[in-house]
Design a protein around this ligand. Structure first.
Ligand code: OOG
Ligand code: NI
Length: 266
């Protein structure tokens, strides 16, 4: 089963680096030739029954993942859960879904129009987690979504793909301190998400995180092609609990700021 999981993540990685060339370079920079352990990836979706969080999760459950934590982001109107594999060397997966009913009827109509383009059994596709955007959307609808939700706009433009991979600092041979990682990245010319501070969280919440600002890549809208933020790379350092095991959860206050790594508006 872990071989299937590894194959799945290598496909997800290929799709991700196609629009996130900085991640491939940073992977080399931090790994310095040796392996980089991926702490987690994250997915975004709408809460419609055809493609909601549970539909994204079902393929993972079949591969040995279990649900391990729940999170609520009221300002961003999101529910989220995280999943862990029985083999703890496999990446964790963070999945969120937008509570579409909390938006205006105009916004709900745009989103229903996207979902209506999908077959009912779309979530049964073997490649669902790396299928990309499965609907057409105009740049004007993208802009309307962007004016109310960065999350909705990003998802409408990019669809089903990991929005980030995450370097496990705990497993790097050459780095241990997240501040040193950040300094190295900035020296190499990468831009970090400084929203809420470059380092989110601390030892007391058992998780420190930082991330790049998403690369930009061209998106083909029905009326024109436009370069918009694609995906980003995250860096995470986990601290041990009283039992000596590393904390495996997420921290909602930090996650709230990590989402902003794909913002198109400053
Ligand atoms: C997920 C943000 C949350 C984390 O590590 O806290 C997250 C997203 O941007 O979709 O991945
Ligand atoms: Ni993350």
């Amino acid at each position: 089963m872990t071989e299937q999981v590894s194959t799945l993540f290598s496909k997800i990685w290929q799709q991700y680096i196609n629009v996130t060339p900085s991640a491939k370079k940073i992977h080399q920079l931090l790994g310095n030739g040796s392996d980089v352990i991926n702490d987690h990836v994250a997915y975004r979706t709408f809460n419609h029954p055809k493609i909601n969080l549970a539909q994204l999760a079902k393929g993972l459950l079949a591969l040995g993942y279990t649900e391990c934590g729940q999170y609520d982001f009221s300002a961003k109107k999101l529910n989220a859960k995280h999943f862990e594999h029985t083999d703890s060397t496999m990446p964790k997966v963070f999945i969120s879904e937008l509570r579409v009913e909390e938006f205006s009827s105009e916004v709900q109509q745009i989103i229903s129009g996207l979902i209506a383009q999908l077959p009912d059994d779309v979530s049964d596709r073997a490649d669902f987690l790396y299928s990309g955007r499965l609907w057409d959307i105009s740049s004007t609808d993208y802009e309307t979504l962007l004016s109310v939700s960065e999350y909705a706009a990003w998802l409408a433009a990019w669809g089903y793909r990991a929005n980030h991979f995450t370097v496990s600092i705990n497993h790097l041979a050459n780095f241990d301190d997240i501040k040193v990682v950040n300094a190295q990245l900035k020296e190499a010319g990468y831009l970090l998400n400084a929203n809420g501070g470059e380092v989110k969280g601390d030892e007391t919440v058992k998780l420190e995180q930082s991330s790049t600002l998403a690369d930009k890549a061209p998106v083909v809208f029905s009326d024109k092609t436009m370069a918009i933020p694609s995906c980003f790379y995250e860096f995470a350092k986990r601290y041990p609990l009283a039992n000596g095991q590393l904390y495996t959860g997420f921290v909602a206050a930090s996650a709230d700021k990590i989402f902003d790594s794909t913002n198109a508006k400053s």
